[in-house]
Design a protein around this ligand. Sequence first.
Ligand SMILES: O=P(O)(O)OC[C@H]1O[C@H](OP(=O)(O)OP(=O)(O)O)[C@H](O)[C@@H]1O
Ligand SMILES: Nc1ncnc2[nH]cnc12
Length: 175
Amino acid sequence: MAIDFKKYIASIKDFPNEGIIFRDITPILQNGTAYRAATHELAEFAKSKGAEVIVGPEARGFIVGCPVANELGIGFVPARKPHKLPRAVKKASYDLEYGSNSLEMHIDAIKPGQKVVICDDLMATAGTLHATVKLVKELGGEVVGAAFYVELVDLKGVEKFSDIDIYSLVKYHGE
Ligand SMILES: O=P(O)(O)OC[C@H]1O[C@H](OP(=O)(O)OP(=O)(O)O)[C@H](O)[C@@H]1O
Ligand SMILES: Nc1ncnc2[nH]cnc12
């Protein structure tokens, strides 16, 4: 039977800042059946796009993306917050629903022409996705899709990407 993933997402008002409704996906992770099913759904999407490698932004993108890569038997590449990676990096800065940050990837992390699906828990403004796409492209990869547990539709992140297929398990419109 299909899982209602919304049942495994907690909504917390005014966290981390007033006016934000934080969508907490940790109940999915706590439930083995739900976590496996969520991983499988994203893996099927990534397979359909011909993914050769999964890229996940720190930190929740690791939790979501690593098991997807593992299910498909392909590699995983982290996009990390600044000063974590030990070798030469490319860096991209971005704004998100609350605050701003930067991500870095090792310059040799993606093979030329490699097909990439980006995985993360949630898309809000899509600043994180935008920065990750920019990095992958600068490293010579082709972003063939992006997959999330949660999409906050009102923030219109999808509209920023005309050429990337975006998949999400659960969509929130307002509350
Ligand atoms: O679409 P956006 O507006 O960019 O927001 C979405 C991003 O925000 C969260 O990460 P956060 O930067 O809070 O880091 P974390 O994964 O380390 O908690 C989330 O995991 C996404 O990566
Ligand atoms: N509303 C939200 N809930 C959880 N993670 C987020 N990252 C950015 N916006 C978020």
